[in-house]
Design a binder for this molecule. Structure first.
Ligand code: ADP
Length: 159
């Protein structure tokens, strides 16, 4: 069983993330979506809400497992028995950050490998941050996130 761990903040999950997971499933048997709590980043959604929104998208797919995590990714991956980290790449800025992270993770656990998947077409400019900004200003994000996520964002910003 080839198992990969796809870590991120997912605040909230976007169609860009979903594209990476779906394509990742062509390579890996199981993908563990590891949702980082990251309270210091002041997320819009709690980690429990983010996990629920992702579980809802993949409720029919038992090859996608969604779990929250705290602390170091390498420790969580070891606990889950995963040695492959899956990450998405959009821009040169992503590349610089991702390279640093993958080298740091390798230093902490030399058995860990990071596999990168290039974003596709329209997804290349989707980011949770951009989508939150649009939604907070009353813009439409219908084509960028699943319907449940769109509704959840609208209700957060209405408050
Ligand atoms: P983090 O805070 O760890 O960067 P994110 O939720 O922003 O968490 O992203 C998780 C992963 O998904 C990262 O590897 C990021 O580059 C990737 N990603 C995010 N949006 C896209 C997209 N539109 N296309 C491809 N990869 C993406």
């Amino acid at each position: 069983m080839k198992k990969a761990i796809y870590p991120g903040t997912f605040d909230p999950i976007t169609l860009g993330h979903i594209n990476i997971i779906e394509r990742g499933l062509r390579i890996f048997d199981i993908i563990i979506v590891a949702v980082a709590r990251r309270e210091e980043k002041n997320p819009l959604f709690t980690v429990e809400e983010r996990v629920e929104l992702i579980r809802d998208v993949f409720s029919e797919n038992e090859r996608v497992v969604v779990k929250p995590f705290d602390g170091l990714l390498v420790d969580f991956a070891r606990k889950e028995g995963a040695r492959i980290i899956l990450r998405g790449l959009r821009t040169v800025a992503d590349f610089e950050y991702e390279m640093q992270m993958s080298l740091a993770n390798k230093k902490m656990n030399p058995e860990m490998e990071t596999v990168f998947m290039m974003t596709e077409g329209v997804y290349s400019y989707y980011s949770s941050t951009l989508i939150k900004e649009i939604a907070s200003l009353g813009g439409c994000v219908k084509d960028m996130v699943p319907e449940k996520v769109e509704k959840a964002m609208i209700s957060k910003y209405r408050r």
